[in-house]
Write a new protein. Sequence first.
Length: 248
Amino acid sequence: MNRKPFIAGNWKMNMTAESGAKLIGELKPLVKDADCDVALCVPAILIPAMTEAAKGSNIKIGAQNMHWEPKGAYTGEIDADMLKEYGVEYVIIGHSERRQYFGETDETVNKRTKAVLAAGMTPIMCIGETLTEREGGITEKVLSAQLETDLAGVEDVTKVVIAYEPVWAIGTGRTATDEQAQETIAFIRKKIGELFCPKCAEKVIIQYGGSMNAGNCKGLMAQPDIDGGLIGGASLKLDFATIVNYNK
Ligand code: 13P
C-alpha cells in the first residue's frame, strides 16, 4: 500500500483575487516540504490569478465544479477546456452543498465525474450521509447507493479521489471521531473493491472532510484508510499549512 496522501483545500465561495494571492504567497514557503500532494480548489473566477500566485510552488489550483458537456448553452457553467487552459488538474464534484442547494444528483455527479476523467483531470468526488441518515443507522446503505450511481461506468476508479464528507460534520465544528472516519472510509474502500476490484480499491485515495483542522488532523491522518483531507474553513487561513504538515 503506497498511497500518497493528498490534502486539498476547498475555499467554497470565499476570498478575492487580492486576499487569495496574499494567502497563497504566505502558504508557499510553509508547505514547500510537504510529503503529500497539495491543492486548493478555488472559485472559478479566481483560477487564473491563483494559478499565477501559486506558480513555482507545490500548490496545485483546482476547481469546485465542472459541466459534463464540452461547450454550449449552459449559462453559469464551466467546461473542461476552460479549466485545462489554466493547468487545472483537480475538480471537486458532487460536494454536499451542491447536492443540497443546487439540485446536484447522483446522476449529474456521475456525468461530471466521467467528464473530468475523460478530460484527463482528477475528480475529487464527494459522498456523505446526513445526520438523520447516520442516526437512522443507514450510513452504509446511503454511501453504497451514492458510490454505485456516482461511479457507474467509470473505467479506472484509481483515477478518482473520493472525499468522504459526513454532511453533519461540514462547517459545524463537529468532526467525526478518528474511529468513525476510519470505520466509514474502510467501508467505502471495501465497497469500491466490490464494485471494481479489491486491488484497485487499495490504490484509491480517500480523503476525510468535515471540520478537519490543525488540531484534529494528526489523529485522522494516522488512520490506515484515511489518505488525506478536504479542508473547508481551515483552508482559508495559515492553519492549512499545519494540516499539510500533519506528519512533521
Ligand atoms: P469544513 O472544513 O469547513 O467543515 O468544510 C469541509 C468541506 O466541506 C470541504 O469540502
